[in-house]
Design a protein around this ligand. Structure first.
Ligand code: ADP
Ligand code: MG
Length: 332
């Protein structure tokens, strides 16, 4: 039975990116305004997420890493209007199953912090007082060490896993408003490099400048329209270019109500329009869709990256029309 559980944990957390995503979202759910992500050897050896959020209160120490423990749902109908990222109580438990989990935390009601060690089933095995600011640090060592085959593959593909993690962190850096993010990676004896650093500004524009630089920002057009009273789209996309423009890396970032998601159909549409109106390159697209929580479902896949939206057809049509309008106004 334990093995079955381990395998299903592996489905919630398939890669380094999804592991860090869960921790990052927990920090955001806890109201953090500063989040630091430190990796050792690209996350292979260890990664930790340090936040200045509410912290975890002592009455929850025993249960936080048990399966289906969550502090985020009180009544079932909550599921239809989620405002927090997490809600399944699976992330910490899955991480226990997959590696060595340590948590350090302190709420504003405690004078000291607490260091907590969990076993592979999520049971608390050790607890001691430490000095700590209010907030939470979650440390994961040896991710996938409990799944030897996955572990081997993880180690072999660590650079690719790291690359995917960076684009995920970029996505949060673009969308998180008023949250400072810092990500570092330490390799070899003690070589620490800064992977990402943002200043916690409060507009998408500033965040784009932070993450991709002013030049990139200036190469974008803004896109802003409403589908209906409670459904709007705002964001940026590459200006149409004549043949000789710079090549741009493939950067597509989509958000639904501030949650990073994959939108393959939108990606395809934008690429098509861009390429038929200008050069052979791919555009940069950053779009945030604000839609009522009742009209879509994020529970389609365990990593919550795919969504099902009931009005997708209308959305695609409007998006196409809006982009064509921009291109026309620019003479393309
Ligand atoms: P979920 O996020 O779905 O509730 P998790 O397994 O991710 O489940 O986390 C379990 C619980 O641990 C959360 O509901 C929350 O109470 C607590 N927790 C986890 N990370 C943090 C954090 N960074 N700050 C405060 N509380 C946290
Ligand atoms: Mg969570």
């Amino acid at each position: 039975q334990e093995v079955v559980h381990r395998i299903s944990s592996g489905q919630v957390i398939l890669e380094l990116r999804s592991a860090v995503k869960e921790l990052l979202e927990n920090s955001l759910d806890a109201g953090a305004t500063s989040i630091e992500i430190n990796l050792k050897e690209y996350g292979k050896e260890c990664f930790k997420v340090v936040d200045n959020g509410y912290g975890i209160s002592p009455e929850n120490f025993q249960v936080v890493a048990l399966k289906h423990h969550t502090s985020k749902i009180s009544i079932f109908s909550d599921l239809h209007c989620l405002t927090t990222f997490g809600f399944r109580g699976e992330a910490l438990n899955s991480l226990c199953m997959l590696g060595d989990l340590t948590v350090e935390t302190r709420t504003k009601n405690e004078a000291l912090g607490t260091h907590l060690v969990f076993d592979h089933s999520g049971f608390l095995t050790n607890e001691k007082k430490i000095a700590r600011q209010v907030g939470t640090t979650v440390i994961v060592e040896k991710l996938f060490s409990t799944l030897p085959v996955r572990c081997k593959e993880f180690t072999r593909n660590i650079r690719r896993e790291f690359g995917k993690l960076i684009s995920l962190l970029n996505a949060y850096a673009l969308i998180a408003k008023g949250v400072r993010l810092l990500c570092t990676n330490t390799t070899g004896k003690n070589t620490k490099s800064v992977v990402l650093k943002t200043s916690g500004s409060s507009s998408l524009k500033d965040n784009i400048i932070n993450v991709f630089g002013l030049n990139t920002f200036q190469s974008l057009d803004s896109l802003n329209f409403s589908l209906s009273e409670d459904c709007k789209v705002e964001g940026f996309l590459s200006k149409p270019q004549n043949g000789s423009g710079r090549t741009t890396a493939y950067k597509h970032y989509f958000f639904v109500n501030g949650r990073p998601v994959d939108m393959p159909k939108v990606s395809k549409l934008v690429n098509e329009l861009f390429r038929s109106s200008s050069s052979k390159q791919f555009p940069i697209v950053i779009l945030n869709f604000t839609i009522p929580a009742t009209s879509y479902d994020v529970n389609v896949t365990p990593d919550k990256r795919k969504i099902f939206y009931s009005d997708e057809g209308a959305l695609m049509l409007s998006l196409r029309a809006e982009i064509e309008k921009i291109y026309l106004s620019r003479g393309f």
